[in-house]
Design a protein around this ligand. Structure first.
Ligand code: HEC
Ligand code: HEC
Ligand code: HEC
Ligand code: HEC
Ligand code: HEC
Length: 180
């Protein structure tokens, strides 16, 4: 009786380990199936802000606007004051820019619709990737050609893990790296 309990426990732990090993060996295929998130998702935005125009044609750097990306887990959407560096004088006759100006004067912000969204149980960290020299475009595609941002990668677990596994990346693949 006293032996059976630990044996039972050992069997349980054994099968849990086997499961984990299977997941690991199969390249997380078990978890990959069908769980991609919204690839191609391109929601309407409150204003027709174009990366193609601002980055592609006017040559602005990503970090001019997303200026927290090297320091922070999240990459920020720029504050209106960043836009107004130019739009206090640029294209002020446009109704879109007037809308921007009205919000700015009223101390409000523009409610951009979020494009990329990981589930809450996943940890992501921009700064860690930027520090290792992973380009924005590797994950986000050719943003500088997009008039409207569309999600480029599926953001599935398989997508993350496959890149972490590449020997040259030396990125951790234990569960707690990415899960709370
Ligand atoms: C002039 C400011 C500006 C510049 C420069 C800029 N962005 Fe943005 N970006 C924005 C704004 C505003 C939004 C929110 C509206 C939208 O989604 O289009 C945004 C949204 C995004 C999103 C989607 C965020 C989400 O909701 O998931 C990504 C990804 C992104 N930018 C990447 C980039 C990359 C990569 C570059 C450089 C190649 C870049 N941006 C340059 C202003 C800028
Ligand atoms: C470095 C200067 C600069 C910054 C910063 C900037 N823009 Fe612009 N923006 C421009 C230029 C230049 C144009 C093109 C003007 C033209 O068509 O003559 C433009 C055009 C636009 C247009 C199209 C206007 C129309 O009706 O044709 C929108 C909308 C816009 N910007 C929104 C934004 C938003 C939102 C931000 C902040 C996230 C921003 N811009 C930041 C320079 C800038
Ligand atoms: C390794 C892949 C990867 C790289 C490299 C990367 N991003 Fe992201 N980005 C993501 C993921 C994943 C999300 C969704 C995060 C979430 O929902 O928590 C995201 C979200 C964003 C957002 C929306 C705000 C946020 O943090 O949720 C912006 C803006 C953004 N990225 C801009 C950039 C810019 C600019 C660069 C380059 C300087 C960049 N990203 C590099 C994967 C990446
Ligand atoms: C294109 C390749 C690539 C993709 C895609 C990618 N990563 Fe990474 N990731 C890396 C590299 C390289 C590092 C840096 C490893 C280091 O600092 O040694 C890293 C580091 C991290 C770290 C920090 C690890 C630590 O403790 O320092 C987290 C967390 C992370 N990634 C989560 C994710 C998640 C979640 C996804 C998918 C949504 C993802 N990554 C997609 C390449 C990638
Ligand atoms: C490099 C980052 C990364 C690592 C390492 C990782 N995961 Fe994930 N995991 C994700 C992302 C991103 C998602 C959400 C997207 C999806 O479901 O494919 C996810 C989703 C999941 C889900 C689905 C949850 C749901 O709500 O559907 C489970 C279960 C899971 N992971 C378990 C694990 C286990 C167990 C390990 C360790 C063997 C692990 N993950 C390692 C990034 C990672």
């Amino acid at each position: 009786m006293q032996l059976r309990k630990p044996q039972h426990l050992a069997a349980l732990i054994g099968s849990a380990l086997l499961c984990a090993a299977m997941i690991t060996l199969s390249g997380c295929n078990l978890l990959e199936t069908g769980w991609g998130y919204n690839k191609g998702y391109a929601p309407e935005q409150p204003l027709p802000f174009s990366h193609e125009l601002h980055v592609g044609q006017n040559g602005l750097q990503c970090q001019y606007c997303h200026n927290q990306v090297e320091r922070s887990t999240a990459s920020n959407i720029p504050a209106l004051s960043t836009c107004m560096n130019c739009h206090l004088v640029v294209k002020t006759d446009s109704p879109h820019i007037q809308k921007l100006r009205d919000a700015y004067d009223a101390g409000k912000s523009i409610e951009w619709t979020k494009v990329h969204m990981l589930p809450d149980h996943v940890k992501f960290n921009h700064a860690a990737h930027i520090a290792k020299g992973v380009n924005c475009q590797t994950c986000h595609g050719e943003i500088e050609k997009m008039e409207k941002v569309a999600q480029h990668s599926d953001l599935s677990m398989g997508w993350c893990v496959n890149c972490h596994r590449q020997p040259e990346n030396k990125a951790p693949i234990n569960c707690s790296t990415c899960h709370h």
